[in-house]
Write a protein that binds this ligand. Structure first.
Ligand code: IMP
Length: 191
């Protein structure tokens, strides 16, 4: 196993570490502080998109100092592919109503924008007080649908990344930082 300059172990299926644990930690703290200030005096409902945003959401809510609830939605994803199917379907909806509530959708990465464009429209149609989007990663070069991202962690280049919740074929989610997956992993599968 390769060790990077920062002492991070590079998974054998990955090319390099793109964002280290320390960089993620600092960014999550900064986002938590901003959200706490922006929503002071209000109550928040953070909506994490399964499964990728689970780790980010878990860290982020612990940096928020105002009354906050969280829940999860699941939408159809890429499955075992590294490319978007372009179809978004709600697989698990919120168990509670959102009318009159301040919502922050928490996502791991915005890529084509299809998922969040569609999800934000859906939640906005349920009469919430507000809906904003928070994403750890933004890959703007591949955008198809516009997405207004209010809280953004890192802008990244057009490379397929895994770790800190992000997967390829449901693997690598438990890597502690963001790594670039070696293209040979998905090229071998003809993608
Ligand atoms: P979008 O609808 O194309 O914006 O896709 C967003 C979803 O695609 C994310 O929630 C991820 O599940 C997945 N995705 C996009 N790019 C990557 C990547 O580089 N690594 C892992 N998952 C990704």
């Amino acid at each position: 196993m390769q060790i990077t300059k920062g002492g991070y172990k590079v998974h054998p299926d990955c090319k390099r570490v793109l964002i280290s644990e320390n960089e993620i930690r600092a960014k999550v703290m900064e986002l938590g502080r901003r959200i706490s200030n922006d929503y002071a005096g209000k109550e928040l409902l953070m909506v994490g998109i399964l499964k990728g945003a689970m780790i980010f959401l878990a860290d982020l809510v612990r940096e928020i100092s105002i009354p906050t609830q969280y829940d999860f939605m699941a939408v159809s994803s890429y499955g075992a592919s590294s490319k978007s199917s372009g179809k978004v379907r709600i697989l698990r909806d919120l168990p509670c109503g959102v009318a009159g509530r301040h919502i922050i959708i928490v996502e791991d990465i915005v890529d084509t924008g299809l998922t969040l464009n569609s999800l934000a429209k859906d939640l906005n149609s349920r009469d919430p007080a507000s809906v904003k989007i928070c994403t750890l990663l933004d890959k703007p070069s591949r955008r198809i649908e516009p997405v207004e991202i209010y809280y953004k962690g890192f802008v990244i280049p057009d490379e397929f990344v895994v770790g800190y919740g992000l997967d390829y074929s449901d693997r690598y989610r438990n890597l502690p930082c963001i790594m670039v997956l070696h293209p040979k992993v998905y090229m071998d599968k003809g993608e």
